[in-house]
Structure formats: C-alpha cells, structure tokens
Design a protein around this ligand. Structure first.
Ligand code: SME
Length: 163
C-alpha cells in the first residue's frame, strides 16, 4: 500500500526534520530492500524540503556509483577523493559547501548547483558504504540544522539497512 507523507510548510526547519524522521522510521523499518529504502528516502526529502537535487551514491570498489535520486540527470561515477562526494567518502566527514565554485575539484552535474551538503553513510562496522548528496540552486542554502537532520536520517538508514 502506498504511504502518504505528512508535510507542513508552516513549521520551522528543525521541526520538519523531526516530523520527517519519525515518518521515515515507520516507512523504512518494515522494508528489507536497500534500494527501495533509499528511493523512498529521497522522495520523502524532496517532498518535505523541495531540494533542487537529492540522492545517494553507493561505494563500489574505488568508486561511488549513482543510486536513487530526485532531480536532474547526474554523473554516474565518482572516484574516491574527487568532488564533494568523493571527499566526504575519503575523509569520512560531512562536507557543508556554501559555494561550490570555491570547493576545489567540485563536480558540477548541473551548472545550476550553487551550494551542497554531502554526508558519508557508515555501516555498524564504521566503513563508509555510500553518501547522501543534497544540492541547492541557491548559495549558502544549508546550515547546521540540515547537517544534524540529514546525519540522523543516514544513521537511521545505516541501522535499518545493516541490521
Ligand atoms: N557535486 C557532486 C557531484 C554529484 S552531482 O552534484 C549530483 C560532487 O562534487 O561530488
């Protein structure tokens, strides 16, 4: 049965993340398939925040390979340490980029992308198995609330998908 996401535009960003997180717990917990959970997570993030581009890249060997996403066509493979995504993977740290033109080696899948946040996703054994990438067509569009809210969501995915 298709789920219905409750979205409100009359609440603050932190509350939006809390409301989304509690819905995602119920949405992805019963589903064992990783790709299905990633796909619904991108759809829920797009519906809740209207992100310009939101998607996952998954580690395959020495590359990140494009996974489920919402937005314009994107590059399919990124080598470790390259771009914002490859850097998040290599360093194992969230990359919060207020202006992509100032990020050395930024990979522009869209010329409209202006700011970006990328979170590594770790398995319970702490190895990175993918990243969540969110792009905005506005400069400096992400802050610590986005970092906290999105990191909680990728931790939830890691717990559920790597039980
Ligand atoms: N900008 C990313 C590449 C992925 S596209 O934004 C979807 C990067 O520099 O790694």
């Amino acid at each position: 049965m298709a789920e219905e996401l409750i979205v409100s535009n009359s609440i603050d960003k932190a509350t939006k993340y809390r409301l989304l997180f509690s819905q995602l717990e119920h949405l992805i917990e019963p589903e064992a398939d990783l790709i299905s959970n990633l796909a619904n997570t991108t759809a829920a993030l797009k519906q809740t925040f209207g992100f310009f581009w939101v998607g996952f890249y998954l580690v395959k060997g020495e590359e990140l390979v494009l996974g489920p996403f919402q937005g314009d066509l994107a590059c399919t493979r990124i080598r470790k340490g390259k771009g914002v995504c490859g850097t998040a993977w290599a360093l194992g740290q969230t990359q919060l980029v207020p202006d992509v033109d100032l990020f050395p080696g930024h990979i522009a899948c869209s010329s409209l992308s202006r700011s970006e946040i990328v979170m590594p996703i770790r398995s319970p054994k702490a190895e990175v198995w993918g990243v969540l990438d969110v792009d905005s067509d506005r400069l400096d569009d992400f802050d610590e609330q986005d970092k906290h809210g999105l990191e909680r969501i990728v931790q939830l995915l890691a717990q559920i998908c790597f039980k």
